[in-house]
Design a protein around this ligand. Structure first.
Ligand code: ZN
Length: 679
């Protein structure tokens, strides 16, 4: 059978032939390509000569390229243009792909060759990127237990099975607790302060839950967050806050205390088995931050300066609450409510005032112009590239010398079949081989307000920064200039990947950049300076408090994963001893963060929560350099492009960063930007 996922296609720039790909091609295509990739791996294992970099490491890098292509087409569509059929195919092919990659990591013959290359070749003959590829390939096997004896390997697999089960149960408990709770409101006076759309939503929820004519609030964020932010009724805010904070912490059969202890101990055991001191040491080996010691000193440096700022924030809100409502002691369930009111009072700025200045077409021109001034890129709309939906825009990207750089897809509006949020992805990464330089196919997908017959698409300021953010990731992909696809573009350490995206958001706050595109969609008037100033000022509102909050989560995560907690008895005491270091408000009795901390006990953020702040420091420090030299300064932009954007993961991020900046990132850059440190 002809299958466009398998057959070589003749499309411009080797783009996916979307219009001829049908759902029935996915499963057989991916199965065929897995088979082909297995043959490629078998060939590597079967070859008789001495294993070397070229015939083993490079060959492995090249194996399965078409499978990667087909999977990215499939999973990108499953995110941006899915339907029931694609979703059910995903359930069938995902396990096949997982099994395939597990088989590679457990392939003893293959590891024997990789190990021979790793242990015996003279690496001085390799360039930096090749050394990185060798180390990364070898580590991939070793971190999966390839050096362990068979007893230890069995033990490792047993721990993995148990951990997977515990994470699942943890998540089920949190979900059940979230779903179980409802706060039924019968009195309309209890809704005072809430925006109308929140009230409407609560009335809908009440109908669904069999309380017609009343209002129901739940622990789902879209219900919980507006309530504690806007509801004037203090007792109800308290009730909802306690309910949210005590999820899976009630000593009943949905309690997670024993589970988090078990997860932490097993992770610790697992790390020891693989030769690491703690789980955090294991995780951080493949991070820019490198070690738990570095993460802890990073967090505590921020804490030193942040605490004063957080206390100032809390005092300001407490003062305001006292004045307004005679609140004697400000509690956690008051903070969001009074700080929101205070924010409104201090900065009369809202989405509706700004939106007329952010017409989507202008913002796109603005972000393209920014890329042109900084990196000499030109975005040329093209009709010759096949697309998966008519709303998708396609561009050919060229440099100043008219050289082809990338294909860029932009898919802006929500529709059934697209998941929520905004993201950057690619259909093919950049790499080089004997045929030449294979340029990438990069895409951003968003859910911005659609135009109507009378109004164009007008973005909120938040959507503007989102567009710049995703475009920053896209630049990382488009400007890639490496040898190996697995090290190119956004294939970098996890705490480094947000630098190109977050740094670009900074341009949205600069008059010089806003003047390029922020003009009224009817009158053409440029955005007034006082509005720009308000955007900037309000961005730092309560930054001290927020910083300490993020810090407390990062420290709790490191406490769970950066030491041996096998003997730990009381989860609540343990948590309190950590959180009290950063607290600026009285704790809420009978609540516990760990028992519902899904990021670290269910998702992939264990020993990684610090990276939110880490990424902010990187972008603040890097942008400070641009500010110093001029935000469109060519030399600074070239340094950023040549050392960061084009280099992907070909070298250690700290090395790349120092080449760009001349020094390690400085925490003070973030503290200054956040107004927590006077410059
Ligand atoms: Zn991002």
């Amino acid at each position: 059978m002809n299958n466009p996922l398998v057959d070589k296609s003749e499309t411009p720039f080797n783009t996916p032939p979307f219009s001829i790909i049908k759902n029935e091609h996915f499963k057989p295509g991916i199965e065929q390509l897995i088979k082909d990739a297995k043959t490629e791996i078998d060939t590597i294992v079967a070859q008789e000569g001495t294993p070397n970099f070229h015939n083993t490491i490079e060959a492995l890098e090249k194996a399965g390229k078409q499978l990667d292509r087909a999977s990215s087409i499939f999973f990108n569509l499953n995110s941006a243009e899915t339907n029931d059929e694609i979703q059910s195919i995903a359930k069938e092919v995902s396990p096949l792909l997982t099994e395939f990659s597990n088989d590679i990591l457990l392939n003893e013959g293959l590891f024997a060759k990789v190990k021979t290359v790793h242990d015996t070749i003279d690496t001085s003959a390799l360039n930096t990127e090749q050394k990185t590829l060798l180390a990364k390939t070898y580590k991939g096997f070793v971190r999966n237990g390839a050096l362990l004896n068979s007893n230890q390997q069995d033990q490792l697999r047993k721990i993995d099975v148990e951990l997977a089960q515990l994470s699942l149960t943890f998540g089920e408990h949190v979900l059940a607790e979230t779903n179980k709770y409802e706060m039924v409101i019968e009195n309309e006076t209890d809704l005072v302060g809430l925006p109308q759309f929140v009230i409407d939503q609560a009335s809908e929820t009440a109908k669904e839950k069999g309380h017609k004519g009343k209002w129901v609030f739940t622990l789902d964020y879209p219900s919980y967050v507006p309530f504690v932010t806007y509801a004037a009724n203090r007792a109800l805010r308290k009730e909802l806050s306690i309910a949210a904070g005590s999820k899976a912490f009630k000593g009943d059969d949905l309690d997670n205390q024993e589970i988090v202890k078990k997860i932490a101990s097993l992770r610790h055991q697992r790390a020891n088995l693989l030769g690491y001191e703690t789980h955090a040491h294991f995780i951080l080996e493949e991070r820019m931050a490198e070690s738990p010691e570095k993460v802890m000193s990073f967090l505590s440096e921020i804490g030193t300066y942040g605490k004063g700022g957080a206390e100032r924030d809390v005092n300001e809100v407490a003062e305001y609450a006292k004045q307004l409502d005679g609140i004697e002691e400000l509690q956690r369930w008051d903070f969001a409510y009074y700080s929101e009111k205070l924010k409104k009072e201090k900065y009369t700025i809202d989405d509706e005032m700004l939106k007329p200045y952010f017409k989507l077409e202008y913002v796109i021109e603005g972000v393209f112009e920014t890329a042109k001034r900084l990196f000499g890129l030109h975005f040329i709309p093209t009709k010759k590239i096949d697309k998966y939906h008519k709303d998708v825009m396609t561009y050919e990207v060229k440099d100043t010398r008219d050289k082809h750089i990338a294909v860029f897809y932009a898919d802006f509006f929500p529709r059934a079949g697209k998941r929520a949020g905004a993201w950057m992805t690619s259909y093919a990464g950049q790499y080089k081989d004997a045929e030449g330089d294979h340029r990438p196919l990069v895409s951003i997908v968003c859910n911005f307000t659609k135009p109507t017959s009378s109004t164009p698409s007008l973005l909120t300021f938040n959507e503007v920064t989102t567009l710049f953010h995703e475009f920053g990731h896209a630049l990382h992909g488009m400007l890639a200039d490496g040898q190996y696809e697995s090290l190119s573009g956004t294939s970098v350490f996890w705490d480094f990947v947000e630098l190109p995206s977050q740094i670009l958001e900074n341009w949205c706050y600069e008059k010089e950049c806003l003047d390029l595109f922020a003009k009224h969609y009817e009158t053409g008037e440029a955005i007034p300076q006082h509005l720009i100033q308000k955007i900037k000022d309000s961005a730092n509102f309560m930054e001290g408090y927020q910083t300490m909050r993020q810090l407390s989560f990062g420290m709790l995560d490191m406490a769970w994963h950066g030491q041996d907690n096998t003997e730990l008895e009381n989860v609540a005491d343990f948590e309190r001893s950590i959180m009290s270091q950063t607290d600026v408000l009285p704790p809420i009795p009978n609540t516990n963060m760990s028992c519902a901390f899904s990021h670290i006990f269910q998702g992939g953020y264990s020993a990684g929560y610090y990276s939110y702040k880490w990424a902010e420091v990187l972008d603040a420090d890097a942008f400070a350099y641009f500010k110093e030299k001029g935000i469109f300064n060519n030399e600074t932009a070239s340094l950023f492009k040549d050392n960061i954007l084009s280099k992907g993961g070909s070298d250690h991020p700290m090395t790349l960063y120092k080449k760009f900046r001349g020094q390690e990132p400085d925490v003070k850059a973030l503290l200054k930007r956040a107004g927590l440190l006077k410059s």
